[in-house]
Design a protein around this ligand. Structure first.
Ligand code: NAD
Length: 216
Protein backbone atom coordinates (compact mmCIF):
# COMPACT_ATOMS: atom_id res chain seq x y z
CA UNK A 1 0.00 0.00 0.00
CA UNK A 2 1.43 3.39 -0.96
CA UNK A 3 1.11 6.12 1.68
CA UNK A 4 -0.32 9.35 0.20
CA UNK A 5 -1.32 11.17 3.38
CA UNK A 6 0.07 11.01 6.92
CA UNK A 7 -1.64 12.11 10.15
CA UNK A 8 0.91 13.01 12.88
CA UNK A 9 -0.35 13.20 16.48
CA UNK A 10 1.84 15.57 18.55
CA UNK A 11 3.49 18.54 16.87
CA UNK A 12 6.45 18.77 19.23
CA UNK A 13 10.15 18.32 18.53
CA UNK A 14 9.67 14.93 16.87
CA UNK A 15 6.20 15.36 15.32
CA UNK A 16 7.20 18.62 13.63
CA UNK A 17 10.37 17.08 12.24
CA UNK A 18 8.53 13.97 11.01
CA UNK A 19 5.94 16.19 9.28
CA UNK A 20 8.71 18.15 7.57
CA UNK A 21 10.40 14.98 6.33
CA UNK A 22 7.13 13.63 4.88
CA UNK A 23 6.27 16.95 3.19
CA UNK A 24 9.77 17.16 1.66
CA UNK A 25 9.11 13.72 0.19
CA UNK A 26 5.91 14.99 -1.48
CA UNK A 27 3.47 13.45 1.04
CA UNK A 28 0.55 15.46 2.43
CA UNK A 29 0.55 15.75 6.23
CA UNK A 30 -2.10 16.65 8.79
CA UNK A 31 -0.38 17.67 11.99
CA UNK A 32 -2.42 17.32 15.17
CA UNK A 33 -1.61 18.82 18.59
CA UNK A 34 -3.57 19.97 21.59
CA UNK A 35 -2.94 23.51 20.49
CA UNK A 36 -2.66 24.77 16.94
CA UNK A 37 0.91 25.88 16.48
CA UNK A 38 2.70 25.96 13.17
CA UNK A 39 6.12 26.48 14.67
CA UNK A 40 8.02 23.86 12.76
CA UNK A 41 9.76 25.83 10.08
CA UNK A 42 13.28 24.70 9.56
CA UNK A 43 15.38 25.57 6.57
CA UNK A 44 16.86 22.40 5.14
CA UNK A 45 18.92 21.93 2.04
CA UNK A 46 15.99 21.07 -0.20
CA UNK A 47 15.47 21.56 -3.90
CA UNK A 48 11.82 22.43 -3.69
CA UNK A 49 10.39 25.79 -2.78
CA UNK A 50 9.87 26.12 0.99
CA UNK A 51 6.30 27.37 0.54
CA UNK A 52 5.41 24.44 -1.66
CA UNK A 53 6.68 21.98 0.96
CA UNK A 54 4.95 23.76 3.83
CA UNK A 55 1.68 23.87 1.87
CA UNK A 56 1.53 20.06 2.21
CA UNK A 57 1.32 20.35 6.00
CA UNK A 58 -2.00 21.20 7.60
CA UNK A 59 -2.71 21.44 11.31
CA UNK A 60 -5.69 20.43 13.41
CA UNK A 61 -6.62 20.30 17.10
CA UNK A 62 -8.89 17.24 16.85
CA UNK A 63 -8.72 13.75 15.38
CA UNK A 64 -11.63 13.91 12.91
CA UNK A 65 -9.43 14.14 9.82
CA UNK A 66 -7.52 11.01 10.76
CA UNK A 67 -9.98 9.29 8.39
CA UNK A 68 -8.03 10.79 5.45
CA UNK A 69 -4.68 9.19 6.29
CA UNK A 70 -3.14 5.89 5.20
CA UNK A 71 -0.60 6.24 7.99
CA UNK A 72 -0.98 7.72 11.48
CA UNK A 73 2.20 8.52 13.40
CA UNK A 74 1.77 9.18 17.12
CA UNK A 75 4.47 11.44 18.64
CA UNK A 76 2.91 12.79 21.87
CA UNK A 77 4.68 12.94 25.27
CA UNK A 78 6.39 9.72 26.41
CA UNK A 79 3.60 8.65 28.77
CA UNK A 80 1.87 5.26 28.57
CA UNK A 81 -1.59 6.41 29.70
CA UNK A 82 -1.59 9.39 27.33
CA UNK A 83 -0.42 7.29 24.39
CA UNK A 84 -2.99 4.57 25.11
CA UNK A 85 -5.73 7.23 25.23
CA UNK A 86 -4.56 8.59 21.86
CA UNK A 87 -4.42 5.06 20.40
CA UNK A 88 -8.00 4.29 21.52
CA UNK A 89 -9.28 7.47 19.90
CA UNK A 90 -7.31 6.96 16.69
CA UNK A 91 -8.44 3.32 16.48
CA UNK A 92 -12.07 4.44 16.64
CA UNK A 93 -11.65 6.76 13.66
CA UNK A 94 -8.83 5.63 11.38
CA UNK A 95 -9.49 3.87 8.07
CA UNK A 96 -9.65 0.08 8.29
CA UNK A 97 -6.58 -0.18 6.03
CA UNK A 98 -4.58 2.51 7.84
CA UNK A 99 -1.24 1.75 9.48
CA UNK A 100 -0.93 3.14 13.02
CA UNK A 101 2.61 3.87 14.20
CA UNK A 102 4.17 5.18 17.38
CA UNK A 103 7.40 7.13 17.63
CA UNK A 104 7.93 6.02 21.23
CA UNK A 105 11.53 5.64 22.43
CA UNK A 106 10.86 3.19 25.25
CA UNK A 107 7.21 2.12 25.60
CA UNK A 108 6.54 -1.42 24.29
CA UNK A 109 4.73 -1.25 20.93
CA UNK A 110 2.52 -4.14 22.02
CA UNK A 111 1.21 -2.22 25.07
CA UNK A 112 -0.11 0.43 22.68
CA UNK A 113 -1.35 -2.05 20.09
CA UNK A 114 -3.26 -3.96 22.77
CA UNK A 115 -5.74 -1.11 23.38
CA UNK A 116 -6.78 -1.15 19.71
CA UNK A 117 -9.05 -3.57 17.87
CA UNK A 118 -6.37 -4.01 15.18
CA UNK A 119 -3.00 -4.80 16.80
CA UNK A 120 -1.84 -6.33 13.52
CA UNK A 121 -1.87 -2.84 11.94
CA UNK A 122 0.22 -1.22 14.73
CA UNK A 123 4.01 -0.90 14.82
CA UNK A 124 6.85 1.39 15.83
CA UNK A 125 8.38 4.00 13.53
CA UNK A 126 11.20 5.37 15.64
CA UNK A 127 12.71 8.51 14.15
CA UNK A 128 15.84 10.03 15.65
CA UNK A 129 16.32 13.67 16.63
CA UNK A 130 16.53 15.93 14.68
CA UNK A 131 14.26 13.96 12.32
CA UNK A 132 15.09 16.02 9.19
CA UNK A 133 18.82 15.31 9.67
CA UNK A 134 18.95 11.73 10.94
CA UNK A 135 18.79 9.08 8.21
CA UNK A 136 17.85 6.04 10.30
CA UNK A 137 14.28 5.13 11.23
CA UNK A 138 13.71 1.96 13.25
CA UNK A 139 10.73 -0.04 11.98
CA UNK A 140 9.65 -2.10 14.99
CA UNK A 141 7.43 -5.16 14.84
CA UNK A 142 5.03 -5.57 17.76
CA UNK A 143 3.88 -9.04 18.87
CA UNK A 144 0.91 -8.93 16.48
CA UNK A 145 2.19 -6.74 13.61
CA UNK A 146 1.40 -8.37 10.25
CA UNK A 147 4.01 -8.97 7.57
CA UNK A 148 2.21 -6.66 5.15
CA UNK A 149 2.11 -3.77 7.65
CA UNK A 150 5.82 -4.30 8.43
CA UNK A 151 6.54 -4.19 4.66
CA UNK A 152 4.34 -1.10 4.11
CA UNK A 153 6.17 0.76 6.88
CA UNK A 154 9.55 -0.17 5.39
CA UNK A 155 8.42 1.10 1.98
CA UNK A 156 7.19 4.33 3.58
CA UNK A 157 10.57 4.97 5.23
CA UNK A 158 12.26 4.53 1.83
CA UNK A 159 9.59 6.76 0.23
CA UNK A 160 10.56 9.63 2.56
CA UNK A 161 14.24 9.20 1.73
CA UNK A 162 15.29 7.58 5.02
CA UNK A 163 16.94 4.25 5.78
CA UNK A 164 14.80 1.66 7.55
CA UNK A 165 16.41 -0.32 10.35
CA UNK A 166 14.20 -3.39 10.64
CA UNK A 167 13.66 -4.49 14.26
CA UNK A 168 12.08 -7.93 14.39
CA UNK A 169 11.17 -7.98 18.09
CA UNK A 170 9.62 -5.46 20.45
CA UNK A 171 12.47 -5.37 23.02
CA UNK A 172 13.34 -2.59 25.49
CA UNK A 173 15.29 0.21 23.79
CA UNK A 174 14.78 -1.43 20.38
CA UNK A 175 18.25 -1.53 18.73
CA UNK A 176 20.01 1.84 18.52
CA UNK A 177 19.19 3.12 22.03
CA UNK A 178 19.81 -0.32 23.47
CA UNK A 179 23.37 -0.10 22.19
CA UNK A 180 23.82 3.64 22.79
CA UNK A 181 22.60 3.91 26.38
CA UNK A 182 25.08 1.44 27.94
CA UNK A 183 27.91 3.19 26.03
CA UNK A 184 26.72 6.55 27.34
CA UNK A 185 26.69 5.21 30.91
CA UNK A 186 30.17 3.76 30.45
CA UNK A 187 31.39 7.13 29.13
CA UNK A 188 29.95 8.89 32.20
CA UNK A 189 31.68 6.37 34.50
CA UNK A 190 35.01 7.08 32.79
CA UNK A 191 34.54 10.81 33.39
CA UNK A 192 33.48 10.20 37.03
CA UNK A 193 36.56 8.04 37.61
CA UNK A 194 38.79 10.77 36.20
CA UNK A 195 40.02 8.54 33.38
CA UNK A 196 39.32 11.15 30.69
CA UNK A 197 37.44 14.43 30.25
CA UNK A 198 34.15 14.87 28.35
CA UNK A 199 36.06 16.75 25.67
CA UNK A 200 38.67 14.01 25.24
CA UNK A 201 36.07 11.22 25.09
CA UNK A 202 33.98 13.05 22.50
CA UNK A 203 37.09 13.80 20.45
CA UNK A 204 38.17 10.16 20.70
CA UNK A 205 34.79 8.86 19.58
CA UNK A 206 34.61 11.36 16.73
CA UNK A 207 38.06 10.54 15.44
CA UNK A 208 38.34 6.89 16.46
CA UNK A 209 34.81 5.56 16.07
CA UNK A 210 33.37 7.79 13.37
CA UNK A 211 30.67 9.15 15.72
CA UNK A 212 29.98 12.59 14.24
CA UNK A 213 28.79 14.11 17.52
CA UNK A 214 30.80 12.16 20.09
CA UNK A 215 28.64 10.72 22.87
CA UNK A 216 28.09 13.66 25.24
N1 NAD B 1 13.15 14.09 21.57
C1 NAD B 1 13.82 13.05 21.08
O1 NAD B 1 15.06 13.06 20.94
C2 NAD B 1 13.08 11.83 20.67
C3 NAD B 1 13.68 10.93 19.77
C4 NAD B 1 12.96 9.81 19.35
C5 NAD B 1 11.69 9.58 19.84
N2 NAD B 1 11.12 10.46 20.73
C6 NAD B 1 9.77 10.16 21.20
O2 NAD B 1 8.87 10.97 20.46
C7 NAD B 1 7.73 11.28 21.27
C8 NAD B 1 7.56 12.79 21.32
O3 NAD B 1 8.75 13.36 21.85
P1 NAD B 1 9.11 14.91 21.61
O4 NAD B 1 10.53 15.06 22.04
O5 NAD B 1 8.70 15.34 20.24
O6 NAD B 1 8.15 15.60 22.69
P2 NAD B 1 7.61 17.12 22.73
O7 NAD B 1 7.34 17.40 24.17
O8 NAD B 1 8.49 18.04 21.97
O9 NAD B 1 6.23 17.02 21.92
C9 NAD B 1 5.12 16.31 22.33
C10 NAD B 1 3.90 17.03 21.75
O10 NAD B 1 2.74 16.25 22.00
C11 NAD B 1 1.67 17.15 22.18
N3 NAD B 1 0.57 16.45 22.82
C12 NAD B 1 0.43 16.10 24.13
N4 NAD B 1 -0.75 15.48 24.31
C13 NAD B 1 -1.37 15.42 23.11
C14 NAD B 1 -2.61 14.89 22.64
N5 NAD B 1 -3.47 14.30 23.47
N6 NAD B 1 -2.91 15.01 21.33
C15 NAD B 1 -2.06 15.62 20.48
N7 NAD B 1 -0.88 16.14 20.86
C16 NAD B 1 -0.53 16.04 22.15
C17 NAD B 1 2.27 18.27 23.03
O11 NAD B 1 1.46 19.43 22.97
C18 NAD B 1 3.65 18.43 22.37
O12 NAD B 1 3.61 19.41 21.35
C19 NAD B 1 7.98 10.62 22.62
O13 NAD B 1 7.36 9.36 22.65
C20 NAD B 1 9.49 10.48 22.66
O14 NAD B 1 9.94 9.43 23.50
C21 NAD B 1 11.77 11.58 21.14
Amino acid sequence: MEIKKVFVVGAGLMGGGIAQVCAQAGIDVILNDVWSVGKFIEKGKVQEDLEQIMSRIESTVDYERVTEAGLVIEAVFENLELKQKVFREIDGLARKDAVIATNTSAIPISELASVTARPERVLGLHFFSPAPMMQAVEVIRGIATSDSVFATAKAFVLQIGKEPIMVNRDVAGFVINRINFPSAIEAMRLVEQGVATVKEIDKGLRLGSGRKMGIF
